[in-house]
Design a binder for this molecule. Structure first.
Ligand code: ADP
Ligand code: MG
Length: 293
């Protein structure tokens, strides 16, 4: 039989927009040492906009945008949406592309006018082993200092343009970090985005530990590392990429309109897409525990 207190706590949780799939996880939340948050779409709005474009040689900004929008034509990533929006706004004629392929945690590839063209982050450049022209490196450094994400356009093995994109930190995220610290819980952030962006966001929010440039298949390893230090760890995320880490964590928390995969991997689902519900969840768990004693 389900202990009465736990039953109460689950229905109370439901009234607060928390769907508890694993009651043990709900109970364990009172003892958490560390909560790991996915960055994009969880601590930040996840809606990015293109801020600036830098190109090499005689490539124009509009040409770069047209080519990038073509390659991103089939991608659901928010970076792809931002690039397509920017090309719409400027009214550039997007070229035809075929053979779309997503390169997980790195970028996308497609074939345009007989050439292989990529759009992706620093991870992708590392994989392609491309040499980045100094004008693009300088552009990326400047953008990084401003906590902006940078993706590159690579044609015929050569990086020919870079785009800086800005996301905004959610208002609630500031209060989440403060409240968790008050509860004695350490806050970590896990992201596929660059070290520069990750550290700028972490510093702004007062986050204790940062794991940046982490490939989707490695996200769960970072959760394990914390667990090996003897910590009870919760993971909060929304994306397909977060699913293995949600499964690995002692408490997996899917947030908001999270993807089906994230929801199926989680112990608790926060329906309202409000990171402050993580704090409510811990407080609810602690309050129920006191009643049991
Ligand atoms: P996060 O962990 O922040 O949610 P992802 O794992 O989805 O990030 O992506 C990691 C990185 O891979 C992005 O920051 C970006 O550099 C690159 N990337 C992924 N998908 C795309 C895409 N469609 N277009 C351009 N870059 C991409
Ligand atoms: Mg995400």
């Amino acid at each position: 039989a389900i202990p009465l207190v736990v039953a109460i706590n689950t229905s109370l949780a439901a009234r607060n927009g928390m769907l508890v799939r694993d009651r043990i996880a709900m109970e364990q939340a009172r003892d958490l040492d560390t909560i790991v948050f996915d960055k994009t779409g969880t601590l930040t709005e996840g809606e990015q906009g293109v801020v600036e474009i830098e190109t090499v040689d005689d490539v124009t900004e509009d040409e770069a945008l047209a080519l990038a929008a073509a390659v991103e034509g089939d991608s659901e990533h928010m970076i792809a949406e931002a690039i397509r929006d920017a090309s719409d706004e400027r009214g550039v004629a997007v070229q035809n592309a075929s053979g779309f392929e997503a390169i997980k945690g790195r970028g996308v590839r497609a074939s345009v006018a007989g050439e292989t063209v990529y759009v992706g982050g620093p991870n992708l450049l590392a994989q392609l082993d491309s040499e980045v022209p100094s004008e693009l490196t300088e552009f990326a450094d400047r953008a990084g200092e401003n906590a902006q994400t940078v993706v590159y356009l690579v044609r015929d093995e050569e990086p020919i343009a870079a785009f800086s994109l800005a996301d905004v930190i959610r208002e609630e995220s500031y209060r989440v970090v403060d409240a968790l610290h008050e509860l004695g819980i350490e806050v970590a952030m896990l992201t596929g985005d660059s070290e520069d962006v990750a550290h700028a966001v972490a510093e702004e929010l007062g986050i204790d530990t940062v794991f940046a440039e982490i490939l989707p298949e490695d996200k769960d390893k970072k959760v394990s590392e914390l667990q090996e230090q003897g910590k009870l760890v919760a993971m909060v995320g929304d994306g397909v990429n977060d699913a293995p880490a949600l499964t690995r964590a002692d408490i997996g928390i899917a947030i908001g309109s999270g993807t089906d995969v994230a929801v199926q991997s989680a112990d608790i689902i926060l329906v309202q897409n409000n990171p402050l519900d993580v704090v409510r969840l811990v407080k609810l768990s602690k309050a129920s525990y006191r009643k049991m004693q």
